[in-house]
Design a protein around this ligand. Structure first.
Ligand SMILES: Nc1nc2c(ncn2[C@@H]2O[C@H](COP(=O)(O)OP(=O)(O)OP(=O)(O)O)[C@@H](O)[C@H]2O)c(=O)[nH]1
Ligand SMILES: [Mg+2]
Length: 584
């Protein structure tokens, strides 16, 4: 199936032509038929000579209903431009064409209708000249009469040729179905319709709806008036969302593949059309079937920041158009450059941003996004419309390679600085590093730690006990020199003070395994435990505290806590009469 939207001035015969081609009535409302004028979008379809199907979205031509027209053409990539032979090019011919051009519509046909009333030649020539200057370029033209049927076979053949030229839809892409109509069917509940431009829908699918907490479920699908288990792009579809209240969604909402779109109310865009400086401060942004008031902030000569009155699921590269409803003026097309732009708080930030935007063209660019964002979750980029084909540095975090190297150096510096400022601490806490480097996730800190640094007990420090701060290491060295041959004589409290070993220094030495603490202010060298067990094993078993003290050549101050420690470690056992034995 391919979908084509009509375009053209009021009363030029769009609906008559669609009716003649399809045998279906595009003017759905009684009021439309009474007034002989299309007000809202109409839908009809027919089979072409090739056997393919064309579905029409028939739009109103009256200037008051241009917003409805835009909701119809927004999601549709091909246009059937209708000009009446007897009237020629008219204001809404021009406005509709400007809209197609702004949206970048590249495929189309010209039908010169009412050719039974006047020579189609002049209208054809004028319309083709106007169209040639737009994104549509040179289009085939067919003179027709909806009244007599003249030219209809030629028009069908031309539609077939147009269909053959359209790019193949990407059916693996996520779904973003812009709703153009919603209504209630008795017994079935809420139904919405739209043009499925990419992706695939199946009965049972769960879809995301902006503003809804829970996914909505596809209860039923219709395409071309028939129930189907699935529909692949391109297709006109009617989706039954039984269980979703009708007032929860309508034209301008979108049904989305969950987790694949970022709802944004702030976008930076490139303009094609009026210069940024000429735009009024408020305009209406039309994209898909949505129309949203926006505040315009010029940045560069052809780039602006748009603040949307409500968030939309936009992707980098999306095309949209800006229109001034008051002046009936299409200001021009926009190409979305950034759907999550940085705030412009600092002085000069807007000018800097304009320079960045000058380099962007709306084509998703992973390396560029990483350079600009430095650190970003893969999922967030995908939701912006940037395909991800890079290895995460941690979890689903992606990093700009140069920034990541810089962070690694910063981490090393910070750890070294912390060691200087807190020589007795066994490394810098991971969370302090996370804050210091302004990283959003501990996992990033952990991924940045490289040998000789390591993470131990929630801190980042040097891997070995050589990391003992210089003064402590010197003090331990002196303990070794003075007490090495009397390993069970612990330095007295005042000697410890002389050596510069206060409680914090002792703590650091103990953590590094350089000293053994038996009690407050009672420390031995770390090999003392094994030596003690050897000496005690040489005594007649069991042995008393006093025998142990003499054999170890030490004082009660050391012997009591030393034996208690050996008991706790299971190297000695205390008997009921307070004597001990060495456990072998
Ligand atoms: N003689 C003649 N009259 C036509 C032809 N096509 C349309 N008309 C008449 O022109 C009038 C407008 O036709 P529509 O098909 O409603 O025009 P439209 O472009 O759909 O108008 P809007 O939807 O309101 O923009 C009707 O009275 C039609 O009968 C044609 O080919 N020949
Ligand atoms: Mg009509």
């Amino acid at each position: 199936m391919f979908v084509v939207a009509t375009a053209g001035h009021v009363d030029h015969g769009k609906s008559t032509l669609v009716r003649a081609l399809t045998g279906m009535e595009p003017d759905r409302w009684a009021e439309e038929r009474r007034r002989g004028m299309t007000i809202d979008l109409g839908f009809a379809w027919t089979t072409l000579p090739s056997g393919g199907t064309v579905a029409f979205v028939d739009v109103p031509g009256h200037e008051r209903f241009v917003p409805n027209m835009l909701a119809g053409v927004g999601p549709v990539p091909a246009a059937l431009i209708v000009v009446a032979a007897d009237e020629g090019w008219m204001p809404q011919s021009a406005e509709h064409l400007a809209a197609l051009d702004a949206l970048g519509v590249a495929y189309g046909l010209l039908a010169v209708t009412r050719s039974d009333l006047a020579d189609p030649g002049p209208a054809t020539a004028q319309a083709r000249a106007e169209i040639a200057a737009t994104s549509l370029g040179a289009v085939p033209a067919v003179a027709v009469s909806g009244l007599t049927g003249a030219g209809l076979p030629e028009l069908r053949a031309a539609l077939d040729r147009l269909a053959a030229h359209l790019p193949a839809p990407v059916v693996d892409d996520p779904v973003r179905l812009w709703v153009d109509r919603s209504f209630t069917v008795r017994g079935s509940g809420t139904v919405v319709t739209g043009t499925l431009g990419a992706g695939r829908l199946r009965v049972g699918d769960e879809l995301e709806l902006a503003g809804a907490d829970e996914p909505v479920k596809v209860r039923g699908l219709h395409s071309l008036g028939e129930a189907r288990p699935e529909a692949a792009a391109v297709a006109r579809v009617a989706v039954n969302l039984r269980g979703t209240p009708r007032d929860r969604l309508g034209r301008g909402d979108a049904l989305l593949t969950p987790g694949r779109f970022h709802h944004t109310d702030l976008v930076d865009v490139r303009l094609a059309g009026d210069p940024a400086g000429d735009l009024p401060a408020t305009l209406t942004l039309h994209v898909g079937s949505a129309a949203v008031p926006v505040r315009v902030r010029p940045l560069g000569p052809d780039t602006v920041r748009l603040r949307l009155a409500r968030p939309l699921p936009l992707l980098v590269g999306d095309r949209a158009l800006l229109r001034d409803p008051g002046r009936h003026h299409v200001s021009g097309g926009v190409r979305v450059l950034d759907v999550a732009p940085p705030p412009l708080a600092r002085r000069g930030a807007a000018a800097a941003r304009a320079q960045v935007l000058a380099e962007l063209d709306g084509r998703p660019d992973l390396a560029g996004e990483l350079r600009r964002r430095r650190l970003v979750r893969a999922g967030a980029l995908v939701r912006m419309g940037v395909p991800v084909h890079a290895e995460p540095v941690a979890g689903d975090w992606l990093a700009d390679p140069a920034h990541w190297r810089w962070l690694g150096e910063r981490l090393t510096d910070e750890v070294a600085r912390h060691a200087r400022e807190h020589p007795l601490e066994p490394g810098m806490p991971v969370d302090a590093l996370r804050q210091r480097l302004a990283l959003p996730d501990r996992a990033l800190v952990e991924a940045l730690v490289r040998p000789p640094l390591r993470i131990h007990a929630g801190r980042v420090g040097a891997a070995s006990a050589d990391a003992l701060p210089e003064p402590v290491a010197r003090a331990v060295q002196r303990v070794r020199a003075e007490y090495g041959d009397r390993p069970f004589r612990a330095p007295e409290a005042d000697r410890l003070v002389d050596l510069g070993l206060g409680p914090r220094e002792i703590g650091a030495a103990v953590r590094a395994g350089a000293l053994l603490r038996l009690a407050d202010n009672v420390v031995l060298l770390p090999d003392a435990l094994d030596d003690a067990v050897r000496v005690l094993a040489g005594l007649p078993q069991p042995f008393t505290l006093s025998a142990a003290r003499q054999a170890l050549d030490t004082t009660r101050r050391v012997a009591v806590p030393l034996l208690e420690l050996l008991d706790r470690r299971g190297a000695t056992r205390r008997l009921p009469d307070d004597a001990r034995i060495v456990v072998t």
